[in-house]
Ligand binder design. Structure first.
Ligand code: G6P
Length: 611
């Protein structure tokens, strides 16, 4: 969602900010803008892509060495030039960018209107900005002081960055609930929603915490809490290379990330799967082993693709560890007065570690005494900082909006956690434990085999790219993969798609089947295989267009008519990690065939930082 970038130092700010905005495009946005402070504030903003803003600025002299930039994902007010950030305050003295939502903006607006303020946009941001402006002018105080006073009245989530025309060497920033990273250079500072706009300049970063305010000049960074006490910045070294956030010869980030999976899965297993010593090394899990082993219940909360990883984990943990598992959408959990008992452990799964609903759901569960275990990709993210323990997925930066490599890494981590608990609990035999260890170890090579059949999958995609609707079916471990296949297709191709448990097909979806409907089965060999083959026969009998992901060499599917995509044989516990890969490729190629921007699908955001 909204991306923020800011710079103060010795370079020209415009090129740094523009490039930063391009790096943040993946987060999802509908308009972009920049403000520069050359002892006079200049604001440039446009609805549409960053490139459109750039074109509009060709030939304009932009020399300032301090500035702020923003990509907006509309919440309050339609996407338009007028609603794009940065906003200028009524006095004309302040410019501000904002990521988040000011929930009590309506009452603040009323207050300001009574004082004679008029608004140029429909945004909550302009309300907060004028609220700060009003305090600044009435109290004749510093901007830092005005921001502090204003934020004490604000309900909601925000990162804000402000510039004051009267102080063209300082940026003021504050954070609550939305991410903010500050890059520390030689007499320069870079601010951004994540590290991607920063890493080509410096790897020294400070992650600003909630309720902190930063006063930033080229050569100085002061952090304070809202009580005006100085906080010592914790400077960390980023473990990230520029190549990781570039396309590296692929047409799209999504394709690059799909093809990275043999490596990302290997990285995820590396140092953890200790086959020689018959062990899984995960210090976070080990530290809380007693609580995990004796847990009454594991509650998994997540959103989107991460929620599908949670569903797979439900099957795995219940099967291997014999611990009851509940999987919840974070957005539902946070509002429904959930019952969290002593002895419950909460797993939060999130690629970004910033999803607003997941963050708040964790806070609710924490208040009730739950142990919070984060399964996260982004190191140092907000969820990482509020979890008691956890395990990183080590998939590297995921830029394509549709999650691919982060999902398979989540599945690998969750399988390892389940195996480790099961071993300690002795809920599975040693032989089964070792078999599954070997199965996990073989995953990177098997994913490579699937990727080798990309051309075949591309041909299947081409055949079905004009469809207007798709049905995805699977059973057991493959049911969440059917859901994930449907979600991927919706996200990337805008084709309506539904995922269903295969056995439920007869309770409704079968009415949709005709000669135009592609029906995709995730039908690798498992405990229910024969039943799923019967379901596929039923689709054949009704002339639906059958597509099936099947186990290589499975004779029981040879009599079927349709497109069969083979994947290597695997234990049913591990198979979901493999089975999702052809579905990722299928969605990708259908999206490309339909001429869509697969890395930046309309309306979607990579990191949903507002509820
Ligand atoms: C957005 C993204 C999805 C992601 C979901 C949850 O909708 O587009 O790809 O699965 O958020 O995000 P998280 O970062 O918490 O996994």
């Amino acid at each position: 969602m909204c991306g923020i970038v800011a710079y103060v130092g010795h370079r020209e700010a415009y090129p740094v900010i523009l490039k930063g905005l391009k790096r943040l495009e993946y987060r999802g946005y509908d308009s972009a803008g920049i403000a520069l402070n050359d002892s006079k504030l200049s604001v440039y903003k446009k609805q549409g892509k960053v490139a459109r803003l750039e074109e509009s600025l060709v030939g304009v002299e932009l020399k300032a060495t301090i500035g702020i930039g923003h990509t907006r994902w509309a919440t309050h007010g339609e996407p338009s030039d007028r609603n794009a950030h940065p906003h200028l305050s009524a006095s004309g003295r302040l410019a501000m960018i904002h990521n988040g939502i000011i929930e009590n903006y309506a009452s603040l607006k009323l207050e300001l209107e009574k004082k004679g303020y008029a608004f140029k946009s429909d945004t909550d941001t302009e309300v907060l900005l004028n609220f700060i402006d009003d305090i600044l002018i009435r109290n004749q105080c510093s901007l830092e002081e005005a921001v502090r006073i204003a934020l004490k009245r604000v309900v909601g989530a925000y990162v804000i960055v402000l510039m004051d025309e009267e102080d063209p060497s300082t940026l003021i920033a504050a954070r609550k609930g939305s991410p903010l990273v500050i890059g520390v250079g030689e007499n320069e500072h870079f601010l951004a929603s994540d590290a991607s706009p920063i890493i080509e300049y410096t790897k020294q970063v400070v992650y600003v915490n909630d309720y902190e305010l930063a006063i930033i000049k080229g050569n100085e960074l002061i952090l304070k809490n809202l009580g005006n006490e100085i906080v010592t910045p914790f400077v960390q070294q980023l473990d990230l290379e520029l190549a990781a956030i570039e396309k590296g010869g692929y047409d799209h980030f999504m394709l690059k990330e799909i093809f990275e999976q043999p490596k990302t899965i290997f990285d995820c297993l590396r140092g953890r799967l200790d086959i020689a010593n018959q062990d899984i090394i995960m210090s976070g899990v080990q530290h809380y082993m007693e609580e995990l082993k004796t847990a009454n219940r594991i509650i998994i909360i997540a959103c989107g693709t991460s929620w599908h990883a949670g569903l797979v984990a439900e099957y795995i943990i219940e099967e291997l560890c014999r611990i009851p598992v509940e999987v919840e959408y974070a957005s539902e959990f946070r509002y429904r007065n959930p019952i969290v008992n002593k002895g419950d452990v909460l797993f939060a799964i999130s690629q970004s570690g910033e999803t607003a609903d997941t963050l708040v759901a964790i806070e609710r569960a924490k208040e009730q005494g739950a142990i919070i275990f984060g399964i996260l990709n982004v190191v140092g993210s907000s969820i990482a900082r509020i979890s008691h323990a956890g395990a990183y997925t080590h998939a590297g930066p995921e830029i394509g909006v549709a999650s691919t490599k982060a999902f398979t890494a989540q599945l690998v981590v969750l399988a390892m956690i389940a195996l480790k608990i099961a071993k300690e609990k002795k809920s599975i035999s040693n032989a089964r434990f070792m078999h599954l260890m070997h199965e996990l170890n073989a995953v990177p090579e098997k994913v490579k085999e699937i990727l080798a059949s990309t051309e075949k999958i591309k041909a299947v995609a081409s055949k079905h790219a004009a469809a207007s609707s798709f049905l995805f079916l699977g059973r057991g471990y493959n049911f969440p993969i059917a859901l994930e296949g449907a979600l991927k297709l919706k996200e990337i191709s805008y084709i309506h798609a539904e995922g269903y448990p295969a056995a439920e097909m007869k309770h409704g979806p079968i009415a949709l089947v005709d000669e135009n409907l592609p029906v995709l089965f995730v039908a690798t060999k498992d405990a229910y295989h024969e039943k799923v083959v019967s379901n596929m026969q039923e689709i054949n009998a009704r002339k639906g267009k059958l597509i099936a992901v099947v186990t290589a060499g499975d004779h029981s599917v040879l009599s079927l008519t349709g497109d069969l995509i083979e994947v290597p044989e695997a234990d049913e516990v591990i198979a979901p990690i493999l089975n999702v890969v052809p579905l990722q490729l299928l969605s990708y190629y259908i999206g490309v065939e339909r001429g869509l921007d697969v890395d930046r699908p309309r309306n979607l955001a990579k990191s949903v930082t507002v509820e």
